[in-house]
Design a protein around this ligand. Sequence first.
Ligand SMILES: [Fe+2]
Length: 401
Amino acid sequence: MSVNDTLTDEEKLAELDLATLKQLVGLVEYDSAGDPFPVTGWDAIVWAVGNATQTAHFFQSAFGMELIAYSGPETGNRDHMAYVLKSGAIKFVIKGGVDPDSEIIAHHARHGDGIADIALTVPDVDKCVEHARAQGATVLEEPHDVSDEFGTVRIAAIAAYGETRHTLVNREHYTGPYLPGFVARTSAHRKRPGAPKRIFQALDHIVGNVELGAMDQWVDFYNRVMGFTNMAEFIGDDIATDYSALMSKVVASGNHRVKFPLNEPAVGKKKSQIDEYLEFYRGPGAQHLALATNDILQAVDALVEEGVEFLATPDSYYSDPELRARIGNVRVPIEELQKRGILVDRDEDGYLLQIFTKPIGDRPTVFFELIERHGSLGFGKGNFKALFEAIEREQAKRGNF
Ligand SMILES: [Fe+2]
């Protein structure tokens, strides 16, 4: 079976087609026949937060997501609350502890608001786990069925960097809103008049921050255990400012729906942004999620309207003649990008527009990127220096630089 020419049920429900998705997230042709660990795409991003009720509200009011399912004390789950939110093809599951002894509360105490689980849809859970185990991965949950009146889900979990896990899900024989134990739920929240139908349609990539010296080990993990292939590599000078540096390599699932850049700190004159993350997250974890949008201008305007803060881009970025020459023509005048601080990068395949929020929680850890791709399969390498200088200005304000 070829995974590239099929849409996931979620993508179909989100009214996405292959051409759109190819542009949004840089989907590529791929034959899964020889893949030891075929991955169809993202299943859900599971967050552990200090207050799921309010975080779920934030993702609805600010990020335009829609509440679709819920689990909590009213449904028999006395341990925690979990809100399932959707935007386009992607689901966030926001969990917060109710029982003071809940593991979610312990997770939050260690890491602050963060991503506990990057769950992936796979066509064959058992095959993946068997391969992962043979390659030395830690199996956290053996393959098993969970069922309710909507059918059966086959599920398992393996350990990734830090305390992050990958739950592996096959929901081919399930029609419920999320998983057994969850009930369908909507919310009374209404979008502002004129707000876009969606801020983002899909998830492009999730960046993982790992300790100094551990990047290659995790690249090897995704290559060997999960059959991911290497994409662009950025090392040394590519991502150094005068003061701090990091190293980054990118791995992707066969169809490129799932892309994981992996960062480690590099030695610089001052504390790297990755070091700051590792200190405040208390170890490796997911650093940013890149949300794919087909209209980044509208998305940024809507987010700013709701009070979401972005990293500032200096005016010098837009007046730099070298950058202007490299960027060439993009779909909107540079002035429109400058007004909003949107960055541009171009490579041999096309260009991309991107912008980064400030950290969304109390700790300087997880944040979002918005990305609008026009052919480019890159990650904004040409922007790293300008971007990191902006991050360092924020780090300095926090006294961590
Ligand atoms: Fe990114």
